[in-house]
Design a protein around this ligand. Structure first.
Ligand SMILES: [Zn+2]
Length: 598
């Protein structure tokens, strides 16, 4: 047991619509599996995120509906909060970027960078629409990527090669709104001096040996072409630039990405302020022994392995130009950037606009959250792009959850409930009994080691291999044939129930809802896996109401160790933990998908 401080920094879902299962397979479920494991292992986890609510897509959606950007953000924030809670994602605080606290923290980081000389003003070319004269948002300019030649690159980023762009860099730029060619006019902006961090970023990445190799290689390659990046944009929706002559301007704001990554810090500070100890965040951000793990899909690596570390280094005064930390003091860099690859859907890339999509909400209306969590863990895009198919989802659910783990739980507890009515009192254990219990209790070491390194697919496979060992034990010992030898039958059932208790611990980070049910089926009382809850709060500074996700995760009994079961604990005939899916669901879902219905 240890008690490290671990920050779980989860990518901020963008509030321009509900999130689909591809999103939550990248940032959501892996970050929750990690946090639940670390809490069980005795570490002090702070898991934070929120909705990312600034930027041009939200303003475009607001224009289209004739409402304010805040209304769009309010609506989607509430939907996303509901969906992530339904999946059981155990945020200590899931907030949003339109809080007064977030604006103040983002402005403090900007001012710290300015004080140390890492942001500087520069006149640049900004795009406007020739027909309306209005600023044309970066994401609504498309053209050919000047780096890789991809012809669908956006004004701010190429999704093919992952490089950040400026609209003026695009070859043959076109407005996605009306197809016209944008006009570029002079515009003054603040720039982050990324080349001043080349050495510091290189030194830092040089110490990050434990990262997934594809993430580390991608991050190191980014250093070869560091250019100053615009910290501000021509837009009227976002965080104001905290300088005289800029503060009150209606056409200049901090670039959405540069405030979104500050959200990890501002959410930690908001959590501390709400906890009653406003300084508590410092234990996760300033202690040299604290660790910080950042979870995201691979399209966000640039912002977590380059931009945010550069902002932190500059704030700390640790780039080429030196300097001193801002008023918060020096802040820790990420320990690891844990990035997943992409999930495709029946062979196609997810796209809300092309309606190639399965929304989290629709999924949870028809299936159990743990069935999706299991699929993402065992067959998700941890190391490579992975395809979600309904037939494979059904097969994994039926063959592995229902026929593997669920069947072990069901037949063992049924037999003990029927014959004894309680956890049986064992007699002398045989070698076979002791071997099984050595396997199940020993797996906390092997599975925990994998989870600590975010090898989640290997971890869940090892846990399910142990479930298979327990199923084989039960078939070999065949307690149903031991009517004439109830003492031996009770020893076998006791051993099986202890193995189930162990396997339930091993699977708790992946299947928190099922883990609570199995805990109760074994006669356990109270809470094993704590579920997140939605709390209606008001902004700490301006009183606006909004929902947050939070939870009292320290009150759960789940621990990362073999917990002995107690003979005599009353048992009842169990209800099935998992739901078997009929063959017809595959065709139903494919029909919905083809017709573009939710
Ligand atoms: Zn490109």
């Amino acid at each position: 047991m240890s008690d490290r401080h671990i920050l779980t920094a989860v990518a901020w879902p963008y509030a321009n619509g509900p999130r689909h299962i591809g999103h939550v397979s990248g940032f959501g479920v892996p970050s929750d599996v990690f946090s639940r494991y670390q809490r069980m292992a005795g570490n002090k986890v702070l898991m934070v995120s929120g909705t990312d609510e600034h930027g041009t897509p939200i303003t475009v959606a607001a224009d289209a509906e004739g409402v304010s950007p805040q209304e769009i953000a309010d609506r989607n924030n509430r939907i996303i909060v509901g969906d992530l809670t339904g999946l059981g994602l155990s945020y200590d605080l899931f907030t949003r970027t339109t809080t007064a606290n977030h604006a103040a923290v983002s402005q403090e980081i900007f001012l710290g960078l300015l004080k140390n000389g890492y942001v500087f003003p520069q006149t640049t070319l900004g795009a406007i629409s020739p027909s309306t004269g209005r600023t044309l948002p970066d994401r609504y300019i498309e053209g050919t990527c000047p780096i890789c030649g991809y012809d669908g690159a956006r004004g701010d980023q190429c999704d093919n090669c992952g490089n950040q762009l400026d609209p003026v860099d695009l070859v043959n730029p076109v407005s996605k709104i009306n197809g016209e060619t944008p006009k570029f006019v002079e515009s003054e902006h603040w720039f982050l001096d990324l080349p001043a961090f080349a050495k510091a970023l290189g030194d830092w990445l040089g110490t990050r040996r434990s990262w997934r190799p594809n993430v580390l290689n991608f991050s190191v390659n980014l250093l070869e072409d560091l250019k100053p990046r615009s910290y501000t944009r021509d837009i009227d929706w976002g965080i104001r630039i905290p300088l005289p002559d800029w503060q009150d301007r209606d056409d200049k704001r901090i670039y959405v990405w540069f405030d979104a990554v500050v959200g990890y810090l501002s959410a930690s500070i908001e959590w501390a302020r709400r906890s009653g100890d406003p300084e508590a965040w410092r234990q996760w951000w300033q202690s040299p022994d604290a660790d910080a793990y950042y979870f995201m899909g691979k399209d966000n690596i640039v912002f977590h392995a380059e931009i945010w570390p550069a902002q932190l280094l500059g704030y700390n005064g640790a780039g080429d130009k030196g300097g001193t930390p801002g008023s918060y003091g020096a802040l820790n860099l990420p320990t690891e950037v844990v990035s997943s690859e992409f999930l495709t859907m029946e062979g196609k890339k997810f796209s809300s606009s092309r309606r190639v999509v399965i929304y989290v909400r629709d999924f949870l209306e028809r299936y159990d959250a743990d069935a999706l969590r299991y699929f993402i863990a065992v067959a998700g895009p941890e190391n490579q792009d992975t395809d979600f198919t309904w037939s494979e989802f059904r097969r994994r659910n039926n063959d592995e959850l229902v026929a593997g783990w669920g069947n072990l739980v069901n037949r063992s507890i049924s037999m003990a409930a029927k014959n004894v009515g309680a956890v049986p009192q064992p007699g002398d254990l045989t070698d076979a009994d002791r071997d099984l219990l050595a396997t199940t209790s020993g797996a906390f070491g092997t599975v925990g080691e994998l989870l600590g390194r975010n090898r989640q697919k290997a971890a869940v496979n090892e846990a399910m291999r142990v479930v298979g060992e327990a199923n084989k034990y039960l078939s070999d010992q065949a307690p149903w044939k031991l009517k004439e030898d109830p003492a031996r039958r009770d020893s076998v059932l006791f051993t099986a129930l202890q193995a189930i208790k162990d396997c339930n611990g091993l699977l708790s980070p992946f299947l928190p809802h099922a883990a609570q049910q199995v805990h109760e089926l074994l006669g356990g009382e109270g809470t094993w896996s704590v579920a997140p809850r939605i709390e209606e709060v008001t902004d700490l500074d301006d009183g606006r109401p909004y929902p947050v996700i939070t939870g009292d995760y320290g009150t759960g009994q789940a621990v990362w160790a073999s917990v002995p079961i107690t003979p005599g604990t009353p048992l009842q005939a169990p209800k099935p933990v998992f739901t078997k899916l009929d063959e017809s669901i595959v065709e139903e879902e494919l029909t919905r998908f083809t017709e573009g219905q939710p």
